[in-house]
Design a protein. Structure first.
Lengths: 280, 255
């Protein structure tokens, strides 16, 4: 405890905790929708795109790489959604192509143009997040806070519509709901969340951050609202405990958080099985 | 001007036509039954009417101020994922979505409508239950309640009784004609020619010979006679498609 209090004196630790909580909150909100709509692969694809964009931003020497990563990822989200709607199989192939392409391209660029001596360290940081969360500038912290608030507000405002579109898109469309517009909103918000979450866990582990809390909550609860609330709570708890453990034990932040998520998922599976077993 | 006027419509997927030369009219308060063999394009026609699909040819005109968000729909099969967490109340309320426009939350009026429709369908005591854990008949009622939340004008029902037992089937039909008496216009697809004859006032027969007319005209027509004969040939004609469908449904819910 003393050790924790000692670390909390440092502003960068406090920033990291604030940003971590916000990011985990955002990423869990859309998790249920992404899992149920089988959009989780889009999340995966987008994280690779974001990696590629990050590499380009690094090479161009942009001080604030969000400026390039964010638009590129949002545009890719919209494109992926389009192709995914046109034909399912083609959409899958497109995602594989874009995501693996971006990954390879990103690494290539980093390799050729990088001036850094520690290339594999850089790549590792981008992929697994490692310490970047502890090196956030005040500006980045504010950006994260603002974007997180925007994501949460959008989610709350469109909560009922997201439910309608996720539960039964055809019915929603047939009764005059603008499903295309809401799908677009879902895609854009997903992209924003992914770019945010890259800071926390790195691009390879984002899917875990998005999907684990939702799957865990679905083991325990049976209404959309309770699952959403539960996954938000689980995600924040896991992120906080993961970050604290990583600070105290010196483990990598991203992987510790994801490990915490995985442990909670295991617990929820067991709890769900016991609850289901007794109620039936 | 009728509520819905369909002129020389061809429906299909891409350029492939599955049913053509469809002409009919639905007036407010009508009860139209669409009959035809498996694969004749009934569901496709309904999806086209709902504008989920583009017509291959022809046009669909709406009248009497019917707007897109005043149509309720009960799909033939809802591909809702096995593990979707949703309570009955949430599902029924989602039917109110279309009238809210850009309003973010449900109004107290929406909630009242949902409660009334759940009451009407006899599912009030299921409100907190998980949708995916209900029986097929209960799910069907939930979806009908949802459709009623979307509209009080026009309901499109795609085989509302498939997979239901005879008792629940009878109840379902009774509910639907009750709604029709309350001036809700009904368009229903059914394989149950007995029910079609019993409840509907107009018949649309899809297939090689397209027929549209009142029930009595249908009984006198060539298509009608032939179809009735085919149906009554296997003695338990009413459930000719029943057991198979039931099994399919069970497989899906188990699997
Ligand atoms: N998504 C699709 N793409 C291409 N063809 C399709 C599609 N869905 C259905 N079809 C074809 O269109 C034809 C009509 O199908 P539809 O579902 O409208 O029949 P139906 O009259 O509703 O049959 P049922 O009584 O079994 O419900 C079928 O031959 C079917 O193979
Ligand atoms: Mg059909």
């Amino acid at each position: 405890m003393d050790k924790l209090a000692f670390y909390l004196q440092y502003p960068f630790v406090r920033y990291a905790l604030i940003v971590g909580v916000l990011i985990s909150l955002c990423s869990s909100l859309l998790g249920v929708t992404l899992v149920l709509k089988r959009f989780s692969y889009i999340g995966d694809g987008l994280s690779h795109v974001a990696f590629g964009a990050m590499a380009i931003a690094g090479v161009l020497g942009l001080s604030n790489n969000m400026l390039i990563v964010m638009p590129v990822t949002v545009i890719s989200a919209v494109l992926l959604l389009r192709t995914g709607q046109n034909a399912r199989i083609k959409g899958d192939a497109a995602i594989a192509m874009i995501s693996v392409g971006a990954l390879a391209f990103g690494y290539l660029i980093m390799n050729i143009f990088s001036t850094s001596a520690n290339l594999s360290g850089d790549v590792c940081t981008t992929l697994f997040g490692s310490t970047s969360i502890l090196t956030l500038s005040l500006g980045e912290v504010w950006l994260c806070v603002v974007l997180s608030i925007v994501v949460v507000v959008i989610f709350i405002l469109f909560y009922n519509k997201i439910f309608a579109v996720t539960f039964d898109e055809n019915f929603a469309k047939a009764t005059g709901v603008k499903t295309d517009a809401y799908n677009l909103i879902i895609a854009v918000v997903t992209a924003v969340i992914i770019v945010l979450a890259m800071n926390l866990v790195g691009s390879l582990l984002i899917s875990a951050l998005v999907i684990f809390p939702a799957l865990s909550a679905m083991k325990l609860f049976k209404s959309f609202k309770s699952v959403t609330v539960c996954s938000a709570v689980l995600s924040v708890v896991c992120a906080l405990s993961g970050m604290i453990i990583s600070i105290l034990a010196g483990t990598p932040v991203g992987s510790t958080i994801v490990a915490a998520d995985a442990v909670v998922f295991g617990i929820c599976c067991i709890a769900g099985a016991i609850m289901g077993g007794t109620s039936k | 001007m009728a509520l819905l006027t369909v002129k020389d419509l061809s429906v299909g997927y891409g350029n492939q036509i599955v049913a053509e030369n469809i002409n009919f009219e639905v007036n407010a308060g009508d009860y139209l039954c669409i009959v035809g063999e498996n694969g004749s394009g009934k569901s496709t026609l309904m999806k086209t009417l709902l504008r989920l699909q583009k017509p291959v040819k022809g046009e669909i005109l709406t009248g009497e101020g019917l707007t897109e968000n005043e149509i309720g729909y009960l799909p033939q099969q809802t591909v809702i994922q096995k593990d979707f967490p949703a309570s009955v109340r949430e599902v029924v309320l989602s039917g109110c979505q279309s009238r809210g426009g850009f309003r973010p939350f449900y109004s107290s009026e929406d909630k009242k409508t949902a409660a009334e429709n759940m009451e009407k369908m006899g599912i009030t005591d299921l409100a907190g239950r998980c949708y995916r854990e209900l029986s097929g008949g209960q799910q069907q009622r939930v979806l009908l309640a949802r459709a009623l939340c979307a509209t009080r004008k026009l309901l499109l029902l795609d085989e509302p009784v498939s997979g239901l037992d005879p008792k629940v089937t009878a109840e379902m039909y009774a509910l639907i004609s009750e709604l029709n008496k309350e001036k809700v216009t009904i368009i229903m697809i059914s394989h149950d020619i007995g029910a079609a004859m019993g409840f509907a006032d107009h018949i649309l027969h899809i297939g090689d010979n397209v027929f549209f007319g009142t029930k009595d005209e249908y009984l006198g027509s060539k298509a009608g006679k032939f179809f009735l004969m085919m149906q009554s040939r296997d003695a338990e004609s009413v459930f000719a498609s029943g057991p198979r469908k039931t099994m399919k449904k069970e497989e899906e819910t188990n699997g």
